[in-house]
Ligand binder design. Structure first.
Ligand SMILES: Nc1ncnc2c1ncn2[C@@H]1O[C@H](COP(=O)(O)OP(=O)(O)OP(=O)(O)O)[C@@H](O)[C@H]1O
Ligand SMILES: [Mg+2]
Length: 537
């Protein structure tokens, strides 16, 4: 049926692209929020009131500072304390952890009676939960870690609290509150943006093999000079795109044009373009509050990019192109940015696709890649992730056919390539791995296993997928991983830290036992895709 043509809106009104209704235009002092299409106060003329967390005029804040000095002091004291990071400063939608109700059902594991001795409050229910104090990280230079020639981040000067310390702060695991389907990733860019105008051969050139490690590195080298024009203390400025969409720019070097998905509590991700560059290279900018956790995240990403990805040692991380930390009086939560590679989506999106869930071999491949990315983060980067929910694993489409070569513990392993490359991301809760106990280290693997199970036992969307047999096998794997958290492994030493012993166990008792035929092998195959073997430690 032909669709009825829409009546044009009157002069005072404009069309809401979502509801298609005519709505009143924003007043001159407001701009459109591109996500909700509501008129919001222009962030450029406003600052965040630390008490209410609402935008107020900067002059008004001065009055508040005078009148509410005591409240402000209390907030600042609480915020500084390493033992209790005030959650109210993290985001306006904060709810008391004790009231938080998980939207994910606990998998029906036999181990559900397990009680964690610790305090970690996770929004994903799981039999294991462990505590880790979120200690303040010294706000040292973001690039400090790069100076180290070895594969280790420069040590922070602060003392880490014991994992079982009664004073350990409660930690909130961050729930991806978005609907994955509402997100826009590189695919949409290629479909919807200027790319329409370019000829099909160029589109193919952009699409085919764009995510091989070599091409990712080439793209980095191409974009880096342009993105290096960003200064360490550059600030975001509001910019209106397409007439009425509010985003940001930094001196027109980068344009943050569109929020990817709905707002998240700890940061906002913007689809970003680089004007004046031949060809279209969409990237992603994470806009964050300037705090110790986020600075550490940027530090870790910078380290990984320089010491691991650019050296072709792993394909399971995301590259950061540049970062800036604005020191001007703009809202705290938009002061720190990291300009990153764009992924095609996250694992949460992937496991809503029925064709992915129906493909048993693909499911195991994704699970193994997820575990390898955790293992590499723990063994090579030497951090525990502490927040391995499925929104924190990104994917890039992959069309390489063959085997990826990995080395670990002096052995060679080969994993068949598949349609997606899994990337571990979002290190806002990461902690140095030394002194972490087995439960914490194990939890990084255990938690993400729920992503690969159906609605009945995991975080799945469907009751019937993954298929019963596959679901049962993944439930077995999950039980085995959990049992490893209770094993008494040989006492850790420098040569054999816990994370290493654990991954040896996982390779022996999970990868090699549960691999579909010829997917994870120890015999060298003919068609190896990576010249330099990927390192896990
Ligand atoms: N570079 C990227 N490319 C594509 N998508 C991205 C990228 N960075 C982030 N995203 C999307 O944005 C989501 C939120 O990003 P991120 O995990 O960094 O934010 P967060 O506020 O720390 O999230 P949460 O608290 O929910 O873990 C991711 O789950 C992913 O879907
Ligand atoms: Mg996240």
């Amino acid at each position: 049926m032909p669709t009825k043509p829409l009546k044009s809106c009157s002069n005072m009104k404009e069309r809401n692209p979502i509801t298609k209704r005519c709505v009143r235009k924003c007043k001159s002092n407001r701009v459109r929020d591109i996500n909700t299409f509501k008129c919001i106060k222009d962030p450029l003329n406003h600052v965040v009131n630390p008490i209410t967390e609402r935008y107020v005029k900067s002059t008004y804040l001065k009055n508040i500072e005078k009148k509410q000095q005591r409240i402000l002091q209390t907030i600042r004291k609480t915020h500084k304390s390493p033992l209790h990071k005030s959650p109210s400063l993290k985001g306006s939608s904060y709810k008391s952890p004790s009231l938080k109700v998980s939207s994910y059902k606990s998998p029906s594991l036999k181990v559900s009676s397990y009680k964690s001795p610790s305090l970690k409050v996770s929004s994903y229910k799981s039999p294991i939960s462990n505590s880790s104090s979120r200690l303040a990280y010294p706000a040292t230079s973001i690039r400090q870690s790069l100076s180290s020639p070895k594969l280790s981040l420069s040590k922070s000067s602060d003392k880490k609290g014991s994992i079982n310390s009664p004073n350990s702060a409660k930690k909130l695991s961050r729930t991806p509150s978005y609907k994955s389907s509402s997100r826009v990733f590189s695919n949409d860019v290629l479909k919807n943006m200027k790319v329409k105008k370019i000829q099909s051969f160029l589109r193919d050139k952009l699409n085919i093999n764009k995510n091989t490690l070599i091409n990712r590195i080439n793209r980095y080298n191409l974009l880096k000079p342009k993105l290096s024009l960003l200064k360490d203390d550059d600030c975001l400025e509001v910019k209106i795109f397409n007439g009425n969409m509010s985003g940001y720019t930094i001196r027109n070097i980068i344009n943050l044009e569109k929020l990817i998905g709905s707002k998240s509590r700890y940061g906002a991700i913007y689809l970003t373009s680089i004007p004046n560059l031949l060809g279209i290279y969409p990237i992603a900018t994470k806009v964050m509050k300037f705090d110790s956790d986020n600075v550490r995240e940027v530090d870790i990403m910078t380290f990984i990019t320089n010491k691991i990805i650019l050296k072709r040692l792993s394909r399971h991380f995301l590259m950061i192109y540049n970062t800036s930390n604005c020191t001007k009086k703009i809202p705290l939560k938009i002061r720190l940015i990291s300009v990153n590679e764009l992924a095609d989506g996250d694992l949460k999106m992937l496991v809503t696709k029925r064709d992915v869930l129906e493909d048993d071999e693909l499911m195991f491949n994704l699970l193994f890649q997820t575990y390898i990315s955790v293992a590499t983060f723990q063994n090579l980067v030497k951090f525990v992730h502490n927040d391995t929910h499925f929104g924190n694993f990104l994917y890039q489409k992959n069309n390489e056919i063959g085997y990826y070569h990995y080395t670990f513990n002096g052995n060679d392993y080969y994993l068949k390539s598949c349609k997606y490359n899994i990337i571990i991301f979002d290190y806002g809760f990461a902690e140095r791995i030394e002194e972490q106990n087995i439960a914490t280290i194990n939890d990084d693997y255990f938690k993400i296993t729920y992503a690969f199970m159906n609605k009945k036992t995991g975080w799945g969307n469907y009751k019937d997928l993954p298929k019963d047999n596959t679901n049962k096998t993944i439930l077995d794997i999950s039980t085995k991983i959990f049992e490893m958290s209770k094993k008494t492994y040989q006492p850790p030493s420098r040569r054999s830290p816990l994370q290493r012993t654990l991954f040896i166990d996982i390779i022996e008792n999970i990868f090699l036992k549960y691999t579909p035929k010829d997917m994870f092998i120890t015999e060298r195959p003919a068609n190896i895709l990576n010249e330099i073997p990927f390192r896990i430690e």
